[in-house]
Design a protein around this ligand. Structure first.
Ligand code: ATP
Ligand code: ZN
Length: 283
């Protein structure tokens, strides 16, 4: 059987997390920075290292079967690919920003203005859907300096912390798209056995990242109160301790309400709480 190919970013913001995700899925491969392609030793997959901008089209055209790339790039290239899995990393927002001194208040105030961006396709769709006609100026980098140079009245660019905006005298004005890394596939690949196996592994890694394994000690008298605090878990494991009337409870807790849960468990009599990361959850 021919190996499938997955395209990931060669270097940049998505490279490390993409490599880590695949390694966490148990794939064993060399990550040579200089090579364009590497073979996974223990899975029927080759990894192509590409510029992120090229990934959606490579997948659309079937040169790669799968890819990991930001939603912003997928939308901008308008490639015809299938979303297989949201991956939860590489989060960022594409925003319109305006100079601090601008008196634009609402989207309508952008009518007829010049907006510099590396995302002309996404920006045009956004403006069209809001009934605004603006002069979109496509530039490939350093978009945020263009208002200061008198080249545009606003910009549309990826913002994560806002630091770059501030240092260029700009302020956020409107959110255009929130993005994260996505596992994409070419047409017809979603039910391939190798893809199904890879997706099952990816999902088990993602679930594990959202979960902590918790072990705590509690007096038997308080056990019911503790178990009531652990809904969602079918039934926690309860193990007797050497000390009479004490038990250890083993359970999994979702990352999102972790601190809230831990504080409630403590208040209900939990002691010696140990928290451990989870590597994989297979269901
Ligand atoms: P390449 O050399 O592959 O073309 P690039 O310079 O275009 O790389 P990066 O800056 O490495 O791209 O960003 C890759 C992706 O990471 C972006 O397309 C976006 O999806 C995501 N991302 C997450 N946070 C940010 C951020 N703060 N700024 C830019 N991109 C971000
Ligand atoms: Zn790029």
């Amino acid at each position: 059987m021919k190996n499938l190919k997955i395209a990931i970013q060669k270097s940049g913001r998505l490279n490390e997390k993409s490599v880590q995700l695949l390694k966490n899925c148990g794939l064993s491969f060399e990550n040579y920075k200089s090579s364009l392609m590497t073979t996974v030793a223990n899975f029927a997959l080759e990894i192509l290292f590409l510029r992120d901008d090229d990934i959606p089209e490579y997948v659309q055209d079937g040169i790669a079967d799968l890819g990991i790339v930001g939603e912003n790039v997928i939308n901008e290239t308008e490639a015809d690919v299938t979303y297989l899995q949201r991956l939860g990393f590489g989060r960022c927002t594409l925003k319109i920003a305006i100079p601090n001194q601008s008196n634009a208040q609402e989207l309508r105030d952008l009518e007829g203005k010049a907006i510099a961006t590396s995302y002309p396709v996404i920006l045009k769709k956004f403006l069209d859907s809001n009934g605004i006609h603006a002069d979109i100026r496509t530039i490939s980098g350093s978009v945020e300096i263009s208002p200061g140079l008198g080249l545009s009245d606003a910009i549309c660019d990826i913002v994560s912390t806002g630091g770059t905006l501030r240092s260029n005298g700009l302020k956020p004005f409107a959110d255009v798209l929130s993005s994260e890394a996505i596992l994409i596939g070419r047409a017809g690949i979603a039910n391939d056995p190798i893809v199904l196996e890879l997706m099952q592994r990816i999902q088990s890694v993602l679930r594990a990242q959202e979960t902590k394994y918790v072990v705590l000690n509690v007096e038997r008298d308080n056990l019911d109160a503790i178990i009531r605090l652990l809904p969602g878990v079918k039934s926690p494991t309860v193990v007797p301790l050497a000390e009479e009337n004490w038990v250890a409870v083993h359970t999994a807790i979702a990352e999102q309400d972790f601190w809230d849960k831990i504080n409630k468990l403590k208040a209900a009599g939990a002691q010696g709480i140990i928290v451990m990361p989870v590597e994989k959850i297979i269901i």
